[in-house]
Design a protein around this ligand. Structure first.
Ligand code: ADP
Ligand code: MG
Length: 227
């Protein structure tokens, strides 16, 4: 599903942000990516989103090689990925329903499909009954649930989350991580970048640790140790 072979990304001079990374993620896997600030985690996510190109090495996702991918194919490729960030990135002038529906409108889904699918996905993230709220009227945890609904509405194969609980309190963080686990159990491959040591240590998932751009460990039922 995701395959990195000897991937290096340099932004310029100095140490590469990602260096000779090898990583294989199978369909249905749940993977935490941990490491101190500046270790290359967000760069890894951006490479997978094809927001950045590799300096060397190869990335294959869903059988597609990312190097040399043309604009139109990139747009299509990204539809198969869902992504959430620390800062939610919701449209502040649209209500919950519209924030989620928008992701279907932009790819031309018919209104009848949207009307059926949006309530379904809001239900999945535990937000039934909040359709008419605006982001400012929601807690951080609820806003991240909206972002997750938007990421999932088009049924992506892979969900990428870059520090999804970075702005949330411990209890809410745990709820969001549990939700990511449920999403994974319903079949979506999930890759979560996080600093949340406690949650990583209790969830007993695969843990990939980065340090200065290098993947220094990759353990099943791993723990959070900074290299
Ligand atoms: P993390 O997400 O683990 O904190 P990043 O992937 O954001 O790490 O950054 C990895 C390294 O790449 C850091 O040294 C950072 O300063 C550098 N970096 C990130 N983005 C850029 C950029 N746009 N231009 C130059 N250097 C960058
Ligand atoms: Mg980062």
């Amino acid at each position: 599903m995701i395959d990195l072979k000897d991937v290096t990304k340099s932004y310029g001079k100095g140490l590469p942000a990602v260096s000779h990374a090898n990583l294989h993620v199978d369909k249905g896997d749940f993977v935490f990516v941990v490491g101190s600030s500046g270790s290359g985690k967000s760069t890894l996510i951006k490479l997978l989103l094809k927001e950045l190109d590799t300096t060397s090495g190869h990335i294959t996702v869903n059988g597609e090689r990312l190097e040399g991918m043309k604009h139109r194919r990139i747009a299509k490729y990204r539809r198969r990925l869902g992504v959430v960030f620390q800062d939610f990135r919701l449209l502040r002038d649209r209500d919950v329903y519209e924030n989620v529906a928008f992701a279907q409108r932009v790819i031309g889904k018919p209104t009848r499909v949207i009307k059926k699918r949006v309530p379904e996905v809001l239900q999945e993230v535990g937000l039934a009954g909040k359709y008419k709220s605006y982001p400012d009227e929601l807690s951080g945890g609820e806003q991240q649930r909206v972002a997750l609904a938007r990421a999932l509405v088009n049924r992506p194969d892979i969900l990428l989350a870059d520090e999804p609980t970075g702005n949330l309190d411990p209890k809410t963080s745990e709820e969001i991580m549990k939700l990511l686990d449920e999403i994974n159990q319903r079949g979506t491959t999930v890759l979560v970048v996080t600093h949340n040591r406690e949650i990583v240590n209790t969830m007993k998932k695969r843990v990939v640790t980065m340090h200065d751009g290098v993947i220094v460990s990759d353990e099943e039922e791993g723990g959070y140790h900074e290299a």
